[in-house]
Design a binder for this molecule. Sequence first.
Ligand code: ATP
Length: 140
Amino acid sequence: KEKTLAIIKPDGLYDNCTDKIKNAIFDSGFRIVKEMLIQLDEESAMSFYAEHSSRSFFSSLVKYMTSGPVLIMVLEKENAVADWRALIGPTDASKAKITHPNSIRAICGLDLQKNCVHGSDSPQSAQREISFFFKEKSSG
Ligand code: ATP
């Protein structure tokens, strides 16, 4: 089965949305294969979001992602990457509240930056992001 990387971002944990998010994960048929609560340092946040390093919001994004602990999860199911992206909804949580009111970002997110969760955008990204956080060889 396919795996994807999910992150509950600092606002998702601050707002005590973790239970809601996990219920949505289980209700949608995902299995949580690995889970790790960590505090990202600046260097790892910059490295994780390296593709956005030239964007105007980069330093703000790094500050946000290091503002508190994050919950890193590997999720598994058929079509995990696309299904998790669909479940979390559009990047801008304030727009998601209108267009995708049942999505996780609509329910637990706030705006374009504070959108409470991350999801890998392709199977290739998922592999890279999973090995970024879980160094050991991933099997299955
Ligand atoms: P993610 O990669 O976290 O799943 P995404 O693929 O929907 O989100 P990206 O475009 O990859 O969105 O942006 C990564 C993250 O950077 C977003 O989730 C959001 O937190 C933040 N972000 C994106 N665009 C902006 C922006 N214009 N202003 C502020 N923050 C932004």
